[in-house]
Design a protein around this ligand. Structure first.
Ligand SMILES: [Ca+2]
Ligand SMILES: [Ca+2]
Ligand SMILES: [Ca+2]
Length: 222
């Protein structure tokens, strides 16, 4: 191989690597950060339920899964879905530790690395696509811990479309209470933000952490 061909080959390899590599560490600025769900750093506890990437060229063939791809209308034309989805409605059997986990950090844990410049309290928002009442819950945690304020994110309205929300399901209010989903970042520097399954079939497009609860001015597709 002459030098010129070698150089072209190496350029192609490095370009390809660059194109396929996602940011390993995200950075918060001005009290705000938005991250694509599909750009996670790592996944754990995925033997029973696992997050699969769905995009315009790829729909995972994991059954059961009653609905089709929603990639065309997702941010970045890609999202994650936790499959299989064995409980799509109230009449199907709830199996704790399998298709449901009210406890956070037990099934399908996604990790994201974030460099925070401004410590303090951040509200967590998630963009999800819910088709029923049994695929619309998730948990969020920080540095391997799962505080009460990160448990049971819930969507009720806006079914069958992508929707941003930040509400916590409680015994009294099944549709969730605003301003109760937040994480306290203790100090500036690198932290791990994690999400874990509450209900299988959850479709996860993006997430936001924001010091202001109202994010409507910050994003276009709110
Ligand atoms: Ca589905
Ligand atoms: Ca489900
Ligand atoms: Ca996305």
């Amino acid at each position: 191989m002459n030098i010129k061909i070698l150089f072209i080959a190496l350029s192609f390899i490095s370009l390809k690597k660059c194109n396929s590599q996602k940011a390993d560490v995200f950075e918060e600025t001005n009290g705000f950060i938005v991250v694509e769900a599909e750009d996670f750093h790592s996944q754990e506890l995925d033997e029973i339920r696992k997050w699969y990437r769905v995009d315009e060229n790829n729909t995972p063939n994991i059954q059961p899964d009653i609905d089709g791809s929603h990639a065309a209308s997702a941010s970045g034309k890609a999202y994650l879905e936790i499959l299989p989805d064995t409980r799509t409605n109230h009449d199907e059997t709830l199996v704790r530790g399998e298709n449901f986990s009210n406890k956070p950090g037990k099934l399908g844990v996604l990790n994201y690395k974030v460099k925070f410049n401004n410590p303090g309290k951040y509200y967590v928002w998630v963009r999800c696509y819910a088709t029923g009442t049994e695929d619309n819950g998730i948990h969020v945690g920080l540095n391997g811990e799962w505080p009460e304020s990160g448990r049971r994110l819930q969507w009720c309205k806006s079914q069958n479309t992508w929707a941003w929300d930040s509400k916590q399901r409680t015994k009294e209010e099944h549709c969730g209470i605003p301003k109760q989903i937040f994480l306290e970042i203790p100090e500036a520097g690198l932290h791990t933000i994690s999400f874990s399954m509450r209900e299988d079939g959850f479709e996860f497009d993006q997430w936001i952490m924001s010091k202001e609860y109202d994010i409507s001015d910050s994003i276009q597709n709110f």
